[in-house]
Ligand binder design. Structure first.
Ligand code: EAX
Length: 326
């Protein structure tokens, strides 16, 4: 009997194997976020991408674009909607301009604490908002997290709302924030994230507000003297995939992506917790003067009248439903 030589046998097996299982297409997805790879966004995105690669046997993987390398959050969300970018891990800052129903979660002093925010977003209210995003061509996979926002500025310590009055403060491109911050007497100046460091450095604005993980990652201690732990608004974030990718996924792959996003979100939130616990000491070392005991009631009182408008715009019942979450 004739026997194939080993090399020929191998080649033959490879050819048959390749024919039975055609070479799998491999998709490398571009994922963008505002801060560094070792920040909360980078940590969450990395866990998500690793889980997707594992769960799809390497058919899907990521190329990371940290530090707003693909642009500001408004630009990235737009690109994901168009399919020219595959993934974004973004705050809700500009998201309400695409999906108006999301704006309700940007109301100042809406969430009591991290548990309240996370329970709301992981529960029926947050999951319903993800569906609203899908309907607008922005498939939201899971609520990640940016964190409670605190004010920094170059002029003076902010203890109460009247201390904030008159300061020119960079805000996100978010009407709900701007409306709320006006009640503190601040002069809100909307600006895309990539411009913020330079604007602070050159004094175009007096201050800005962001969660501790962002203040750390963006090295704002280099350009801002004062930090006040105002926690005036919770800043949700969400992992969004382009409809171009999503619509091509099998149901099994969709499940892999969704579960990966949930794991990424958990990791991102753990990093926010860590930064909240350890970051303030670091910022002090970096030279910031930190007001830890802020008169929160002075801010809550100031913003209370704006809630009438928020109720008109979003429905008093929807706001109350969020406030009622335990
Ligand atoms: O999401 O623009 C902002 O201030 C955001 O908090 C930042 O891009 C991270």
């Amino acid at each position: 009997t004739r026997r194939l030589r080993p090399v020929a046998a191998l080649a033959c097996a490879w050819a048959v194997g390749a024919w039975l299982a055609p070479a799998q297409a491999q998709t490398v997805m571009k994922i963008g976020y505002s801060t560094a790879k070792d920040s909360h966004y980078g940590v969450g995105s990395t866990v998500f991408c690793d889980e997707v690669a594992k769960g799809t046997g390497g058919r899907y993987s990521c190329q990371h674009f940290p530090n707003a390398a693909l642009g500001g959050e408004r630009e990235m969300i737009e690109a994901v909607q168009l399919g020219t970018q595959d993934l974004v891990n973004s705050s809700t800052g500009p998201l309400g301009n695409f999906v108006p129903e999301v704006k309700v979660v940007d109301i100042p002093f809406l969430f009591r604490d991290y548990d309240h925010a996370r329970h709301t977003l992981d529960g029926p209210i947050g999951q319903d908002l993800l569906k609203k995003m899908h309907a607008k061509g922005l498939p939201g996979l899971a609520w990640t997290e940016n964190g409670f926002r605190h004010m920094t500025n170059s002029k003076r310590p902010i203890v109460k709302a009247t201390d904030a009055a008159g300061l020119k403060l960079r805000t996100m491109e978010n009407k709900v924030h701007m409306e709320g911050y006006k009640t503190f007497g601040l002069l809100p100046t909307p600006m895309a994230w990539p411009e913020v460091f330079t604007a602070l450095q050159q004094g175009t604005v007096d201050g800005q507000e962001n969660p501790i993980p962002v203040i750390l990652s963006a090295k704002f201690a280099q350009v801002q003297k004062h930090l006040s732990l105002t926690g005036h608004v919770y800043s949700p974030a969400v992992l969004i995939v382009s409809p171009a990718i999503w619509s091509k996924l099998s149901d099994a792959d969709k499940k892999v992506f969704t579960e990966a996003a949930q794991k990424g979100a958990a990791a991102q939130r753990r990093k926010v917790n860590d930064d909240e616990a350890n970051g303030i000491a670091q910022l002090k070392k970096d030279g910031m003067q930190v007001v830890e005991k802020v008169d929160g009631d002075s801010f809550r009182k100031a913003v209370a009248p704006a809630f009438a408008n928020f109720a008109k715009e979003f429905g008093a019942d929807r706001i109350a439903a969020i406030q009622a979450v335990r």
